[in-house]
Design a protein around this ligand. Structure first.
Ligand code: HEC
Length: 402
């Protein structure tokens, strides 16, 4: 188990680093393309169509984009594909290592869907590769001729897949599958289209044959997608820390809403690179995020504040609360957990003693009453009445602590 944790740590670490290299390079090239300016005549005569100068890290850089290609393909030509493949491979490895090998602990939520381990994994793979298949078919169909039509298709596709994932698994498992699907589509864009069309271009330049504009057009559509999708996918990567999102009753809609607003914000930067400054996009994006935050958290805020002081909230003794915590939490949250999966207290939260409980009071309340995602996948079967005990206790506790 300890070894498994270390392996997970190294894969996750690698995955994030590879992802930074991939998205970083991809953002950089989008930026480059958008910032290329008309070159002086002597460069144009050499076949250069875009010119760019930059200063960075102790030197000046000159970048030139050719309309056709260099006279001869240089010995070292950088491709930028392994960043994408390494990110995807390590991501899939993580999915298998954490969510599939540990499906009982991380993936299957009995209250959503009573799946066997094998079924949970089969559905997951079907979801990811089936989704990739639908996207690839759409890219090759008539849909791809109009960017607007395709964008609408993509939004509907994302809505449907998020909803479907939420019918299969609990919030976390659903989010990670939507993330895996988007990541697979992005890596697929590189593998199935962008790199093959680059190969054709290199071959054409080597043989001094003409370049078919269709190669670039297909790659362009997919590059545009890969430019907007990183923001949603990075949100999914960090969403694990924010149960108010994946634990929401309409978690799939929260995901779609955040994804849409984040892509809209990315649009601001894309326009800015080409010299169009539209602060209205940023302002409406921020307003959208605020609206999402209010929509998600307002009901919980209302629930947690008693309407009037006259409503008497029963007091809860130390012993009563400790009984609930002992029954439902300490199998994982203890100095020496007895849980079959978690052998070290998750996130360092230990609840063995009363001092410990007081130390974590706010978070205990938050995760059992607000977001209700503790006990983890409700493994210990905590009831609503028991959550009520925590809520009532915290209500009085907060008062005395003030
Ligand atoms: C099956 C094991 C398990 C049980 C039982 C369990 N937890 Fe957790 N808990 C976890 C895991 C795993 C995490 C870390 C993942 C996360 O943050 O979502 C966690 C995280 C937490 C955190 C987050 C700490 C932070 O810094 O954000 C709190 C608080 C918490 N649990 C409280 C509880 C309470 C209270 C109970 C009992 C009602 C409970 N847990 C029962 C596994 C468990």
């Amino acid at each position: 188990m300890i070894l498994a944790d270390w392996i997970a740590l190294f894969i996750r670490w690698f995955h994030v680093i590879a992802g930074i290299a991939w998205i970083g390079a991809s953002f950089y090239f989008v930026w480059l393309d958008n910032n290329l300016r008309e070159p002086p005549k002597w460069k144009k005569d050499k076949g250069i169509k875009g010119d760019l100068w930059a200063v960075h890290g102790g030197g000046f850089y000159e970048v030139a984009k050719y309309s056709y290609g260099p006279e001869e393909i240089p010995k070292t030509l950088h491709w930028f594909k392994w960043e994408a493949y390494a990110t995807w491979l390590s991501g899939m490895l993580l999915l298998f290592w954490i969510y599939y090998a540990g499906a009982e602990a991380y993936l299957i939520d009995q209250s959503v869907n009573e799946l066997s381990k094998i079924d949970a994994i089969m559905y997951g793979l079907l979801f990811i590769f089936g989704g990739l298949g639908i996207y690839e078919l759409a890219c090759r169909s008539k849909l791809s001729q109009s960017p607007i039509v395709f964008a609408i298709f993509l939004v509907l596709f994302l809505c449907f897949s998020s909803w479907l994932a939420s019918q299969l698994y609990g919030g976390r498992g659903a989010y990670i599958h939507v993330g895996a699907l988007i990541g697979t589509i992005m890596a697929g864009n590189v593998f199935f289209n962008i790199i093959p069309s680059q190969r054709l271009m290199v071959k054409a330049v080597t043989e001094k044959a003409p370049i078919d504009p269709a190669w670039g057009a297909g790659a362009k559509l997919r590059s545009v997608h890969n430019n907007y999708l990183p923001l949603p996918i990075i949100f999914i990567m960090i969403s694990n820390h924010y149960p108010m999102t994946y634990q929401h009753p309409q978690s799939w809609l929260v995901l779609v809403a955040i994804a849409a607003v984040s892509a809209w914000i990315r649009h601001f930067f894309n326009l800015r690179h080409i010299g169009v400054f539209k602060p209205s996009i940023l302002v409406s994006g921020a307003a959208g995020m605020l609206a999402i935050a209010i929509w998600v958290s307002w009901p919980q805020l209302q629930q947690s504040t008693p309407k009037t002081e006259a409503v008497s909230i029963p007091t809860v003794t130390q012993a009563e609360l400790t009984t609930v915590i002992d029954k439902h939490c300490v199998s994982c949250h203890a100095k020496a957990p007895t849980d079959d999966i978690f052998k070290a207290a998750p996130m360092g939260v230990m609840l063995d003693t009363w001092q410990d409980i007081e130390k974590w009071a706010g978070k205990i309340h938050h995760r059992t009453v607000f977001t209700r995602d503790m006990p983890f996948l409700n493994k210990t079967g905590m009831t609503d009445e028991e959550r009520e005990v925590v809520a009532n206790w915290y209500h009085h506790y907060q008062k005395t602590a003030e």
